[in-house]
Design a protein around this ligand. Structure first.
Ligand SMILES: Cc1cc2nc3c(=O)[nH]c(=O)nc-3n(C[C@H](O)[C@H](O)[C@H](O)COP(=O)(O)OP(=O)(O)OC[C@H]3O[C@@H](n4cnc5c(N)ncnc54)[C@H](O)[C@@H]3O)c2cc1C
Length: 333
């Protein structure tokens, strides 16, 4: 069986690798000239936080998301399993109670335990929640590592090729085009997300910190060399224009509320992209002739790709086995 995967975002990369590791002949096609140039995945925070996501997502996200905690460290050694810290300023303490009531898999922290986990936050927060089993990664090197693993397995990645399904010479196709697949998946919608990257050596964090707020909950994800990703807005829109002034103010205020040292940080990047989502915010694998459409990862692309790619590979391999068995039966009849 020869499979063509369209789109080298996180969905396409993980699916191509999953198939290649199971012995399927795969080719990957990406319209952009370079990895990530036109992928929503390039803007992600890279949080692998199934239990935290349970605060607003269905239970299936919590369950399937746990597969990411095993999959990513095996494929990207830079995955850090340092947990997630959830905090709220004293005036929003009720948000912490609400968050705790909607999630599990955490321990409650007092001010001393917050300081023990993140010494630079000492004295700033009276209580918090710690989700010790969660992890995070930097999406860009993680995607580059997957692309490298594909090349090492002999999977060709064709950049600068915006393919049409009809012209593809393959037994099966997996459509991982993200929001561009709206031409075939009419229910798909865009959810705009804005983020910024700051750089400072004045503060150091070991894990993502979620800062709760009744209207604007945001997070700070530490990256290498004093970089911090601050994200992300959630706006019902497929507008890809640059970050708005309002969103930049909100993102910067959240960072400043976490620690005033962010006020002196250098702004390295401001970026907006659009998450592909179905009406229920859950991903789907849709059968359409010889094509499988894997889409709707919403805010869970890195979290859910491993589980969904496994399901897509299971389906392709099972259908191949079924058609082989059918073929053998006909020959013997
Ligand atoms: C600010 C922000 C923060 C986020 N944080 C997180 C997070 O912390 N954790 C998490 O799990 N998720 C997070 N997400 C969500 C995650 O980024 C998305 O769910 C994910 O990127 C969707 O991946 P995808 O592969 O479906 O789409 P994309 O990444 O958009 O990839 C689709 C690819 O298909 C290519 N393509 C399109 N048409 C064609 C064609 N005809 N031929 C060839 N190639 C084509 C595109 O160029 C693109 O590279 C975040 C998203 C945003 C915006």
């Amino acid at each position: 069986m020869r499979v063509a995967v369209i789109g080298a975002g996180v969905a396409g990369l993980v699916t191509a690798l999953e198939l290649a590791e199971r012995g399927v002949a795969v080719e990957l096609f990406e319209r952009a000239a370079a990895l990530g140039e036109q992928a929503c995945s390039w803007s992600a925070g890279g949080m692998l936080a199934p239990w935290c996501e349970g605060e607003s997502a269905e239970e299936v996200v919590v369950t399937l998301g746990q597969q990411a905690l095993d999959w990513w460290p095996r494929h990207y050694p830079g995955t850090l399993a340092h947990g997630t810290l959830v905090l709220a300023p004293a005036r929003d303490a009720s948000e912490l109670t609400r968050f705790a009531a909607r999630t599990d898999g955490f321990e409650r922290l007092d001010a001393d335990s917050v300081a023990a986990l993140e010494p630079d936050l000492a004295g700033r927060f009276r209580q918090g929640l710690f989700f010790a089993q969660e992890a995070h990664l930097d999406p860009r090197p993680a995607m580059a590592a997957l692309a490298q693993a594909l090349r090492a397995t002999g999977v060709p990645i064709h950049y600068g090729v915006a393919v049409e399904e009809a012209g593809l010479d393959a037994d099966r196709i997996v459509d991982c085009r993200g929001l561009s697949a709206r031409d075939r998946l009419s229910a798909l919608r865009g959810v705009r997300g804005e983020m910024l990257v700051l750089r400072t050596n004045e503060i150091s964090l070991s894990r993502p910190v979620r800062l709760l707020h009744p209207r604007i909950p945001l997070y700070v994800v530490p990256r290498s060399d004093g970089h911090f990703m601050i994200g992300a807005t959630m706006i019902e829109s497929d507008d890809r224009r640059r970050v708005s002034a309002r969103s930049a103010i909100e993102l910067l205020s959240a960072a400043y509320a976490l620690h005033p040292a962010f006020g002196e940080a250098e702004i390295v990047e401001l970026r907006a992209d659009v998450r592909p989502a179905f009406p229920d915010n859950l991903p789907r694998i849709v059968e359409d002739g010889r094509v499988l459409r894997f889409n709707g990862l919403f805010r869970h692309g890195f979290l859910l790709s491993p589980a969904l790619a496994r399901q897509a590979a299971d389906r392709l391999i099972a259908s191949k086995e079924l058609s082989d068995a059918d073929h053998r039966q006909r020959r013997h009849a």
